[in-house]
Ligand binder design. Structure first.
Ligand code: HEC
Length: 158
């Protein structure tokens, strides 16, 4: 049962192609992880900047229901940060403005410790926002906690 040179060559080709495909699959998977992480942050930004900040500036009219919904959505998103950033994609989203620092995964416990203060800030203002003035104060107190994490763990790429 000695393999012919042709068969040997074919096996080698299959192995090489297989390895290349696996490699490409891993790169795609890592890019997907980076995209998921970025999408979570963008979703938070939609609530914070797309709704709350715009209302504080009068760019859109004050709307209690929209405020309450933005806070609920933000709360749900923030609760997903620790899990969404569990895996290190070791690459940035293609063409992204911001990326995650490798420090996130060198110091995941400290990274995770930046999340409860955001949750507390949201809980503290919930039910207490009734107008633009109280919304402004709420925006600042939440956003300051977002910044506490970004200062160390977010990198500006361009
Ligand atoms: C525990 C850490 C942490 C917290 C808390 C956090 N972020 Fe981030 N954020 C990151 C990291 C890391 C990045 C860079 C990687 C990325 O974009 O996924 C980022 C990126 C972003 C970006 C840029 C996305 C882009 O590529 O355009 C926005 C916007 C953002 N965060 C908004 C927020 C808001 C709003 C909050 C608070 C409600 C918040 N983040 C809280 C870690 C955090």
């Amino acid at each position: 049962m000695s393999a012919s040179p042709e068969k040997y060559q074919m096996k080698r080709t299959i192995i090489v192609v297989g390895t290349l495909l696996l490699g490409a699959g891993a790169v795609v998977a890592q890019q997907e992880v980076a995209v998921q992480q970025d999408n979570l942050m963008r979703s938070q930004a939609k609530s914070m900047y797309g709704v709350i900040l715009k209302m504080t500036k009068g760019e859109i009219p004050y709307n209690q229901k929209a405020v309450d919904e933005a806070l609920t959505s933000l709360e749900a998103d923030v609760a997903k940060i620790a899990k969404t950033f569990e895996v290190n994609p070791k690459q940035d989203v293609v063409n992204a403005t911001y990326g995650a620092s490798q420090k996130v995964w060198q110091n995941k416990a400290d990274f995770d410790s930046k999340i409860p203060p955001v949750q507390k800030a949201i809980a503290d203002v919930k039910g207490k926002i009734h107008n633009v003035a109280t919304l402004k104060a709420a925006y600042t107190s939440i956003n300051d906690r977002c910044t506490d994490c970004h200062e160390t763990y977010r990198v500006k790429l361009k």
